[in-house]
Design a protein around this ligand. Structure first.
Ligand code: C2E
Ligand code: CA
Ligand code: CA
Ligand code: CA
Length: 274
């Protein structure tokens, strides 16, 4: 009887009902967002610290919601992961970003990387290698100009299962970067086994680099370790000149952040690099 009472209460709780309905509505809208062409890819420049040249761009997916306006990925990617729609998004972003990079290269901007975020679910697809190969063939982008970003968690989970795809893709010269580095729990011995090209220092450490001695130590240590392991290293979330100066002094290879540019549409990006 008690159980039943609780169920009835839940059923008739108007606040809960409203929230659930809104959530379901949002999920359905998100599922339709692709076919309705409401998703857009913005590009955030990645800059070489020694030359100041733009050497790449991270592709970030945004949702032009008909009622709510432009939603940044933080607002809907977690939901997309929960409802399993993330693999459709990841596939579309991969295609869009590769095609865009090929277009830039055809216009004369060479040696330019596009970096695409890859969810755990996408990375674990049994047909991942085929899919990436198909997209590269279809767009004509040489594989070395594609970089895939995965988190430590994605890379380390079931490492025996994922290492063959990592090896095959790396063999094709597709690059891998470890995103949000420092926030996960990867052991260094695991890191050594992975055929990756780059570490991306999480922005939470960059924010405190001039105020927090721990962040200073962590960032300096990650850069030195990356170089000792013959890996490239990029800092994300660089917002001011002091942070940039610290990264210079510690020989970080690349930077990305609002100091240089926010994520911008492809047309604006073109003006930035041509
Ligand atoms: P992330 O991969 O760590 O992306 C970096 C985030 O930091 C982006 O937020 C970017 O706008 C933001 N950012 C860049 N520079 C600065 C800065 O100087 N200061 C500050 N405060 N923030 C900065 P965003 O665009 O909201 O993306 C959130 C997350 O959504 C991304 O985090 C990524 O994990 C995920 N995401 C975005 N696009 C995709 C996608 O196509 N597929 C998948 N699976 N995930 C995506
Ligand atoms: Ca990323
Ligand atoms: Ca990141
Ligand atoms: Ca992140």
């Amino acid at each position: 009887a008690k159980e039943q009472g609780r169920n009835n209460y839940q059923f008739y709780n108007p606040a809960l009902n409203t929230r659930t309905l809104e959530r379901v509505k949002m999920e359905n809208r998100l599922r339709q967002a692709l076919e309705r062409h409401e998703l857009v890819v913005l590009y955030q420049p990645q800059v070489a610290m020694d030359t100041g040249q733009v050497t790449g761009a991270e592709a970030l997916v945004y949702w032009l919601h008909p009622e709510l306006g432009l939603l940044s990925p933080g607002h809907f990617i977690p939901m997309a992961e929960e409802i399993g729609f993330i693999t459709d998004i990841d596939e579309w972003v991969l295609e869009t970003a590769c095609a865009q990079n090929k277009a830039w290269q055809d216009e004369g901007y060479r040696s330019f990387n596009v970096t695409v975020n890859m969810s755990s679910k996408q990375f674990r697809r049994p047909d991942l290698v085929d899919q990436v190969r198909r997209v590269l063939n279809a767009t004509g982008l040489p594989p070395r100009f594609l970089e895939l970003e995965i988190t430590e968690g994605t890379a380390m989970k079931d490492i025996e299962y994922t290492i063959p795809s990592l090896n095959t893709l790396t063999g094709m010269e597709v690059g891998f970067a470890i995103d949000d580095f420092g926030t996960g729990y990867s052991s260094l011995s695991c890191l050594k086994k992975l055929p990756i090209r780059k570490l991306k220092i999480d922005k939470s450490f960059i924010f405190g680099v001039n105020t927090d001695p721990n962040d200073k130590a962590i960032v300096a240590t990650i850069i030195a370790m990356a170089h000792n392991l013959k890996l490239e290293v990029i800092a994300e979330g660089v917002e001011d000149a002091d942070q940039l100066e610290f990264l210079h002094q510690n020989h970080c290879d690349q930077m990305q952040g609002f100091l240089y540019s926010r994520p911008i549409p492809a047309e604006d990006f073109r003006r930035l690099i041509m």
